[in-house]
Design a protein around this ligand. Structure first.
Ligand SMILES: [Zn+2]
Length: 453
């Protein structure tokens, strides 16, 4: 091998601690939530980063480490709508409802709390921000995410393969950090369209890209600018079976009928919608038109810190405004199987099935009612998160049982939680201290790593 070849190999080994790992075999006992059935006291066997079997009896797997629990085993969440670089900012509560997303983005209060501090932070502290926000997702059970944006002239090779980033690095298609098969376009206003990839409509049609995620109709139903966006999406040729419409607050039943005909998915982020506009998408109309609905947190400042918190909020809206339209199981699927199908990665993640990657989490809760337990949970109840068969966080005892040597203990929602610092490429306390100091210099503070109630 040439010297350059060795350099690339070494760089990759450093750059992808989790997703390039060749993890040891393990068998984990718990209540296993599979697409077809819940298996109490079942076993998940994992080798070379993949699930090799799910059985009622303990499997024989040579040299496997054994973790026996009474916890619930869920597939890792797939988050199709987030702005992770902004998840270092504390909750921002607007003083009034806005008509559309363009209004608050120009509001002095928003500029002061988030946009202005962010300008120097994003390029100056990219790797620390990336580690902090990926851990924030992982500690709440999300293993696949989207939306890290590349600040100008910033080296992003530290998107290290901790969580899977669908638009930058998943570990599915080699070791290179760079654009992958999910395309993120902010919206359909002229400034957004200007930065969209050339011939996007054509590449969606041909399948050169797997998914376009795009903000559409994010604002109040009475707002003409918000209402006009769906027609613009159609006009661009971007309403396809490879399109995920984010928010869709102002969409009508007729719009949802067109989405169903095209095979597009709705990504629902109720908390951020209610916070900014006091309205959310009419998911009853979307469901009536058989549109696939995924759930996602949007971002920490006005949405949720992670999927667990967004699930709790979605349950409230579901039980209130939508009169219990969706079951607890359906809400869980909106955060796992549906987004995985939408991103065309359901042959890789999004469910517990033999052959899929071992991206999963364990939850401490009532195993007799696993979906209800999920909707009540906080990050302190997540007892283990695996990506690619590598334990990245969880109870210290579990990590040690699974052979993790480098551990950082921390307190999360009154629970003792540990982080695999080799997998994380660093220490959360030190990362938080550096970010906190830099944010203080910008006149703001660092967001908590989790919401607890
Ligand atoms: Zn958004």
């Amino acid at each position: 091998m040439t010297r350059a070849g060795w350099a690339i190999l070494l760089l990759c080994a450093w750059a992808a601690p989790v997703l390039a790992a060749a993890p040891t075999a393990m068998v984990i006992k718990g209540t296993v939530v599979t697409p077809d059935a819940v298996i109490p006291g079942g076993w998940v066997a994992i080798d070379h980063g993949k699930i090799i079997s799910i059985t009622a009896a303990k499997p024989a797997l040579a040299a496997a480490r054994t973790l026996e629990t009474t916890d619930i085993i869920f597939p890792g969440f797939v988050d199709l709508h987030n702005h992770p670089l902004y998840n270092i900012y504390p909750r921002w509560t607007p003083s009034h409802a806005y008509h559309n997303r363009y209004e608050w983005r120009g509001d002095e209060a928003y500029l002061k709390a988030i946009a202005n501090p962010h300008r120097p932070m994003a390029p100056g502290h990219f790797c620390d921000i990336d580690r902090f926000v990926e851990l924030k997702e992982l500690l709440g059970g999300t293993t696949t995410m989207v939306g890290i944006s590349q600040p100008r002239d910033t080296d992003i090779s530290c998107i290290a393969g901790l969580a899977r980033n669908l638009d930058w690095f998943t570990g599915f298609y080699g070791a290179k950090v760079g654009p992958e098969r999910v395309v993120n376009v902010l919206g359909v206003q002229p400034d957004d369209v200007k930065y969209a990839p050339a011939s996007l409509a054509e590449s969606l049609k041909k399948g050169d890209a797997d998914l376009l995620v795009i903000h559409i109709a994010e604002g109040q139903r009475s707002d003409p600018k918000t209402r006009a966006e769906f027609a613009e999406l159609e006009k661009q040729g971007w309403l396809t079976s490879r399109t995920a419409v984010i928010h869709g607050v102002a969409l009508t039943r007729a719009d949802f009928a067109k989405m169903h005909a095209a095979g597009a998915t709705l990504v629902w982020s109720p908390r951020s919608n209610m916070e900014l506009y006091k309205e959310t998408a009419n998911v009853a109309d979307a469901a009536a038109e058989k549109v696939a609905i995924a759930l996602a947190p949007d971002w920490s400042p006005t949405g949720s810190t992670n999927m667990l918190a967004e699930l709790k909020f979605a349950k409230q809206v579901n039980d209130g405004q939508f009169k219990g339209l969706f079951t607890a199981k359906q809400l869980f699927e909106m955060a796992s199987a549906v987004p995985a199908r939408t991103a065309r990665i359901d042959d890789k993640v999004g469910a517990l099935k033999p052959g899929l990657y071992a991206d999963l989490f364990l939850l401490h809760g009532d195993a007799a009612a696993p979906y209800d337990a999920l909707l009540k949970a906080s990050p302190g109840d997540v007892t283990l998160t695996l990506v690619n068969g590598v334990p990245v966080s969880g109870q210290g005892g579990y990590l040690k049982t699974l052979g993790v040597a480098q551990i950082e203990e921390t307190t999360l929602c009154k629970a003792q939680v540990a982080i695999n610092t080799a997998a994380a490429g660093g220490n959360l306390a030190e990362t938080s201290a550096r970010l906190g100091k830099a944010l203080t210099e910008q006149g703001v503070s660092l967001a908590p790593v989790a919401e607890c109630d």
